[in-house]
Design a protein. Structure first.
Length: 129
């Protein structure tokens, strides 16, 4: 039975050694992964600082300028609409006045033409006599 326990102890020692090597491999991989993680975080922070932050600032400036331009355009549009409404209102009033004044203008022209004709006929009659 002694030979049987010796073999078992040898195998247990081998298993313990392999387990120790596996533990060292896992710890080494974890340490290297942590170092790689720290490097990746440093690269991400550097890229963010060098590229993303300035680009974000420029984009925000462009957006703010675009909002200002849009605000001005809206204000101008409202002013133009107000002016168009005023012009339409004035044109409506002028059309209304023209409709009501047209018969008066026509009558005035007719009277003026008749008086002119009478003057012309009276002037010709005097010259002939």
């Amino acid at each position: 039975m002694t030979g049987s326990l010796t073999t078992t102890n040898v195998w247990l020692g081998i298993i313990a050694g392999v387990s120790l090597v596996e533990l060292l491999a896992v710890v080494t991989v974890a340490f290297l992964a942590f170092k790689l993680y720290k490097r990746a975080i440093a690269v991400v922070e550097r890229v963010e600082h060098d590229y993303v932050v300035p680009l974000n600032a420029k984009a925000n400036a462009v957006i703010a300028e675009a909002q200002t331009v849009v605000g001005r355009a809206r204000a101008l549009e409202e002013r133009v609409r107000g002016m168009v409404v005023k012009v339409e209102d004035t044109a409506g009033r002028v059309a209304s006045v023209a409709q009501h004044a047209w018969p008066v203008v026509g009558t005035w022209r007719a009277v003026t033409a008749a008086l002119g004709s009478l003057r012309h006929q009276n002037g010709e009659g005097r010259r002939a006599a």
